[in-house]
Design a protein. Structure first.
Length: 248
């Protein structure tokens, strides 16, 4: 898979940083895939690198406007990559680390990182941190405070859900399940993928069939009939998806 091919934008090969492009560097392919999904939903273009030398090469080639950089990388670690980037660039850099010792955080920031996030983390938290850093840096932030599908509305900032203008009270898990489905309408999610969205990178062991129970309760609260769904459709042999209805 080609990991670093954005479209022909202002960051592709020139000297100007492209504020819409984010370079994500981590050797965990699953993590990069999930982070990519959330960043792209916010309108960012994502290029990915899986080790230090590849990260430096892609940075020189594409001049991204933001870098998410894991500390522990093959061949050349994130601290060394950060130092090299800071020799000639003021690009915002967010460090990822699985080490919680204060010394690691301080070392990361001392080489010029703008902030850090410790693993495990929520991909939504990561996107919020990216927006905050870009806002401080003077770049336009990207927000999606409301998700609307037909008469189903989710106000992300207020953490509220409405059906036909009627407020619906959901549990935290029900809300996260619905948010994942609403963020990617028409996409079929397996139960395991939905669990990943709900629990992010937390080390929580949950039987995937528990998703069926939560989806059932969510449907009841939305007034959705599984036999004739208006919102959540069962994809036989796979899982669930939100019917791709735009705002009416």
């Amino acid at each position: 898979m080609e990991t670093g091919e954005p479209g022909t934008g202002p960051g592709g090969g020139g000297s100007t940083r492209d504020g819409t492009t984010v370079l994500v560097v981590d050797d965990d392919h699953k993590l990069i895939s999930l982070v990519r999904m959330y960043l792209e939903r916010e309108g960012y273009h994502v290029i990915a690198a899986y080790d230090g030398p590849q990260a430096l090469a892609l940075f020189e080639r594409h001049h991204p406007g933001f870098v998410i950089l894991d500390v522990m990388l093959p061949r050349l670690d994130g601290i060394a990559v950060c130092r090299r980037l800071r020799r000639h660039s003021a690009v915002p850099i967010l460090m990822l680390t699985a080490r919680v010792e204060e010394v690691d955080k301080l070392v990361g920031l001392s080489v010029g990182a703008d902030d850090y996030v410790t693993k495990p983390f929520s991909p939504r938290e990561l996107v919020a941190r990216v927006r905050a850093i870009l806002r401080r840096a003077g770049s336009p932030e990207r927000t999606a405070p409301r998700l609307v599908r037909g008469d189903l509305l989710m106000d992300v900032e207020r953490h509220e859900v409405f059906v036909g203008g009627r407020p619906v009270r959901l549990t935290a898990i029900e809300y996260k399940l619905l948010q994942a489905l609403m963020e990617f309408p028409g996409r079929a999610f397996t139960r395991d993928q939905l669990l990943t969205h709900v629990y992010a990178f937390d080390e929580v062991v949950v039987v995937d069939r528990a998703v069926d129970v939560h989806i059932g309760k969510l449907r009841d609260k939305l007034g959705d009939d599984p036999a004739r769904p208006r919102y959540i459709e069962t994809v036989r042999g796979i899982g669930y998806k939100l019917m791709d209805k735009r705002a009416e």
